[in-house]
Ligand binder design. Structure first.
Ligand SMILES: [Zn+2]
Length: 129
């Protein structure tokens, strides 16, 4: 198979995966003490925080951002803030809290409107505030 098909698949597949409703997966631990991580249609939430609606809302916002801007734009912007800005400022907290995607996700944590119905939970669990 030529590289052409491989390139087309590698560009289209991640974006096509964003058509799948979010799949929430409990995970034992995450790098750097994070409580949640959104990657394509998968949302990983630390087992200890599984059920925390605020964290789910934060990660759902990152999921929506990937749908809105494509996973590539979100990855590049997050990389810029987490690694480049952190490297320049030498302050991860400042770099993290200046990222517009994170600011939107933090604002979403305070919302109380009903959660979207199309969320696949891999563990039967009620989310609470
Ligand atoms: Zn975030």
């Amino acid at each position: 198979m030529s590289y052409f098909y491989f390139e087309i698949a590698s560009v289209l597949l991640p974006w096509a995966m964003m058509l799948i409703p979010p799949i929430v997966i409990p995970i034992r631990s995450l790098y750097g003490g994070a409580k949640g991580l959104s990657f394509l249609c998968f949302i990983f939430i630390k087992r200890a925080d599984f059920g925390n609606e605020r964290i789910l809302r934060h990660e759902l916002t990152h999921y929506k951002q990937q749908r809105r801007y494509s996973p590539y734009v979100v990855t590049v912007l997050l990389f810029w803030h987490y690694f480049v800005k952190n490297r320049i400022w030498r302050n991860f907290g400042e770099a993290y809290h200046s990222c517009p995607f994170e600011l939107e996700a933090f604002a979403a944590m305070e919302k109380t409107d009903p959660l979207p119905k199309m969320i696949f939970l891999t563990l039967k669990h009620n989310f609470h505030r």
